[in-house]
Design a protein around this ligand. Sequence first.
Ligand code: URA
Length: 274
Amino acid sequence: MTVRIKIPAAARIMTGFFFKTVVLFLFCVMIIFMRIDKLLCEMNIGSRSEVKAFLKKGQILVNNVAVNKPDTKVDEKTAVITFKGKEYRYAPFAYYMMNKPAGVVSATTDDKDRTVLDLLKENLLQNRGELTGIPLSDIFPVGRLDKDTVGLLLLTNDGELAHRLLSPKKHVPKTYYVETDGVLTQEAAMCLEQGVDIGEKELTKEAEVEILSEKSCTITITEGKFHQVKRMFQAVDLKVMYLKRLSMGTLKLDEQLAEGEVRKLTQEEVEKLC
Ligand code: URA
């Protein structure tokens, strides 16, 4: 004899709802959440093997609970990771200021030269306090400085901001410190200010030049053509011997940053830029 148990409709609905919720939750855990070892690597807390060792030693806390297993899934957007007493949280954007040294190319990868991304990575590994939850593979330099140009370079994963800063329509001012091979006369400075022929369709846009000494000045331009500053000085028969970017829009190079060093932008700097 078979006994049939009649499950009330309300209970059936509740059970279905429960199962759907569980399935959805598991789906989220599998698809959306990230393995803790992967997340820690992407946060640049260490290499895969370093991260595994940190986890094994119980040095990684997720929301105040020690996590030992590398395959533990975490919600990277809400997880508060504590490592050696410091807290790391997910942030959608990362903004770094670099004092670019000479000899490094403004690219994310390069077959023969060291790139600003290599330099950023080295800096972040040395100084883990500057970490964010952004994969370094998403970060790129905003605009280019020549290999021999030094100074302010912004690195971010914020494409919209980069576009705004680089768009020719926005006329974002960029100030450079320049040293020349010959004397920069008042006449030459005036020419640079009014616009010179650098072989483009139009003369360069108005610029501001401040003569600092016989062979040095600052120049502020609102364009960003290839080798623009060097070509502008060439147009007045001068060779640029040393070029350093001092500012870009509201962002000023931090005097405390030595060449090759990087730091995160402060909240105030980000707000002003954005
Ligand atoms: N202008 C140049 O000529 N070079 C740079 O790196 C930046 C501006």
